[in-house]
Design a protein around this ligand. Structure first.
Ligand SMILES: Cc1cc2nc3c(=O)[nH]c(=O)nc-3n(C[C@H](O)[C@H](O)[C@H](O)COP(=O)(O)O)c2cc1C
Length: 179
C-alpha cells in the first residue's frame, strides 16, 4: 500500500458507474435534463434515492424550485444525447428539443418521464444537504416504470479494462452493461 494524492485514489475506485439523468422543470414548464454519476439508494421503505448536484448547474436551481424530479436511466443508444445534456446547460439549450427524446406525462409529479429510457422513477424532494461544492437532493420514489426491451444500459467508464468502450468526449468515456 502506498500513499498517493486523493484524486489518484478516487480515480482507482470511482468507475465504472451507472449513468442516470434527473429531469426537472423551469418556471415556464420547459424540462431540463442533467446526466449524473453521483447517485445512491438511501432507503428501502419508504423507497428513497439521493443525487449529488454541483452548485453551478442550472438543475441545482431547478431542483430547489421544482421540488420534484424524474430519475431516468438511458440505454446505450442514447450516448450522444447524454453527452449533449452533460456538456450544455439548460440555461442555454432546450435539451428535449436538442436530443429529440420524447417526454411522457408522469402520474404523481410534474416533470416528464423520458420514453426512450430503460427506467424512469418519479421522485418528490424530501431533504437536501450541502456537502462542499455539491448539494445532495434526497427524493422519495413515488412511481416507477421500465421499458420492455433488453437494451444494454449506459455506464461511465475510466481507464479500466473489461468493458466495451462506446467512445466519449470532454473527459467522459461511455461503456454499456447488460441489466
Ligand atoms: C456521465 C456524466 C456524469 C455526470 N455526473 C454529474 C454528477 O453526478 N453531478 C453533477 O453535478 N454533474 C454531473 N455531470 C455534469 C452535468 O451533467 C453537466 O454539468 C450538465 O451540463 C448540467 O446541466 P444543467 O446546467 O442544465 O443542469 C455529469 C456529466 C456526465 C456526462
Amino acid at each position: 500500500m502506498k500513499k498517493v494524492n486523493i484524486q489518484e485514489a478516487k480515480e482507482r475506485c470511482a468507475r465504472p458507474e451507472r449513468i442516470c439523468m434527473a429531469i426537472t422543470l423551469d418556471e415556464k414548464g420547459t424540462p431540463d435534463i442533467i446526466p449524473l454519476g453521483w447517485k445512491m439508494w438511501t432507503s428501502g421503505e419508504p423507497p428513497m434515492v439521493a443525487i449529488s448536484v454541483a452548485h453551478a448547474r442550472y438543475s441545482h436551481q431547478l431542483l430547489h424550485e421544482c421540488k420534484e424530479f424524474v430519475l431516468a436511466w438511458p440505454g446505450e443508444d442514447m450516448s450522444r444525447g447524454v453527452l449533449l445534456c452533460g456538456t450544455k446547460s439548460g440555461r442555454d439549450v432546450d435539451k428535449i428539443a436538442a436530443t429529440g427524446w420524447t417526454p411522457l406525462p408522469s402520474t404523481e409529479i410534474r416533470p416528464p418521464l423520458i420514453e426512450e429510457c430503460s427506467v424512469n422513477l418519479e421522485c418528490k424532494l424530501v431533504s437536501t444537504l450541502d456537502t462542499g461544492d455539491h448539494t445532495i437532493f434526497v427524493g422519495e420514489i413515488v412511481a416507477g416504470y421500465v421499458s420492455e426491451d433488453d437494451r444494454r444500459m449506459l455506464i461511465s467508464i475510466g481507464e479500466e479494462e473489461g468493458y466495451d468502450s462506446l467512445g466519449g468526449r470532454g473527459g467522459y468515456r461511455f461503456g454499456a452493461v447488460r441489466r
